[in-house]
Ligand binder design. Structure first.
Ligand code: SAM
Length: 385
């Protein structure tokens, strides 16, 4: 990933791009084995708040670089996958920069196009561009919610087969406006109902609004496909312990949830490091004194939210003395139900093995890191009730 210095003052963007990059790479390498064409649509492309002339700190460059890397990687596996990428931008000036950037790139086997206009008005054209059957990843990263993240806007994208979406759920913005009477209709369009959060504590309100939004998205079921599933990662304000936004991911494939959560898991530390650095910069700017210790020394201050005892209790409640196989589908259900990270499930299971409470019947020896291999549908059992 690009170096963090390009993201000074917009560290939250760094994390967003790291996630996009990590997830897209895994996704395209998997999908490219089965599909000859892969489409990527950036519905609110920018460039936006870029600190660099080469646009390397924008989702435009990040996505195209990863597409190129995947195309090369797939070629080495004898898969000549055709990639198509569409970038939509409303602002005239940004569109001109976008268009000239795309024209200046030379990416063999990658077809790019820029579209000027408002995303919601262009949806029929975007769907035409996607064609009916191809696999499409839509990135929805707007500056406001109206005509952007509501179900009524996104439904045509969700309804087509083989669509995946990554949506910026601007929580900081939405939590402040949700209780206001003037936004009642907008909130109903986003959440399916007008949320009543007046008596809720901040953490409860956040969980409630996010869950309303995710469940509302899942009301759309494309024909002939599995049930829609969602997962998310939380992006905190760089120098405060408050949520800025959630990146909500929607897919019709259980493997998608597992791969997305694995990518978020790997990036957990990236976000913690970026925040520790941003906080250090803020302290230095305020006190005008350089700090002897590196920002990494403050990593331990970045709280981890999941209580491992809860994860262990969850495992125990899902196991009995009769062996049960756990594969990708079961793991996707667990991740979606709890929002815990894959590494937390692995760590909790490994501890339970050590405590003599559970066993993986398919593991020949104790496996502290990958205690359960969900790709292999391993049989797990509880040793005591
Ligand atoms: C948050 S920025 C995108 C940032 C970009 N995804 C990145 O990570 O580098 C949103 C962009 O959408 C554009 N925009 C705003 N309203 C739009 C609309 N209705 N349709 C298309 N683009 C829009 C803005 O001009 C801005 O460039």
């Amino acid at each position: 990933m690009e170096d963090l210095s390009k993201y000074k003052g917009k560290e939250q963007g760094y994390f967003k791009h790291c996630l996009l990059e990590a997830y897209l790479e895994r996704l395209f390498m998997i999908v490219g084995k089965f599909h000859n064409t892969i489409c990527y649509v950036d519905c609110f492309a920018g460039p936006w708040q870029s600190n660099s002339d080469d646009l390397e700190d924008t989702s435009i460059a990040v996505s195209l670089n990863i597409i190129r890397k995947c195309r090369d990687g797939l070629k080495l596996m004898d898969r000549d996958v055709h990639f198509r990428a569409l970038f939509v931008e409303e602002k005239k000036k940004s569109f001109r920069v976008l268009d000239s950037y795309l024209n200046g790139r030379r990416d063999d086997g990658i077809e790019t196009q820029a579209k000027h206009g408002e995303f919601h008005k262009l949806i029929p054209e975007i769907l035409d561009w996607c064609k009916t059957d191809s696999f499409v990843f839509f990135f929805v990263d707007p500056t406001g919610w109206k005509d952007a993240i509501e179900l009524s806007t996104l439904a045509p994208l969700l309804e087509r087969p083989n669509s995946e979406l990554l949506i910026n759920f601007m929580y900081d913005f939405l939590s402040r406006t949700a209780p206001q009477e003037v936004f009642r209709d907008d909130m109903e369009r986003i959440f399916g109902i007008v949320p009543d959060t007046e008596l809720m504590e901040p953490a409860e309100r956040e969980a409630h609004l996010l869950s309303l939004y995710r469940n509302n998205l899942k009301r759309v079921t494309p024909a002939g496909r599995e049930k829609p599933r969602t997962a998310y990662v939380k992006v905190l304000k760089p120098t405060e312990d408050r949520t800025l936004y959630h990146l909500v991911y929607l897919t019709g494939h259980p493997k998608g949830i597992v791969v997305f959560m694995e990518a978020s898991d790997k990036l957990d530390l990236v976000q913690k490091k970026a925040r520790a650095l941003a906080k250090q910069d803020k302290r230095v700017a305020k006190t005008k004194q350089f700090e002897l210790f590196s920002a990494d020394e403050h990593l331990k201050d970045e709280r981890s939210e999941t209580n491992l005892d809860e994860v262990k209790a969850y495992w125990l409640s899902h196991l009995t003395t009769k062996p049960k196989c756990f594969g990708g589908r079961e793991f996707a259900d667990m991740l979606e139900e709890t929002d815990w990270l894959p590494s937390e499930f692995q760590k909790a299971f490994a501890e339970l093995v050590k405590e003599g409470k559970v066993q993986n019947l398919d593991a020949k020896r104790a496996r502290p890191v990958k205690a359960v291999n969900f790709d292999k549908n391993e049989a797990l059992v509880r040793l005591q009730q």
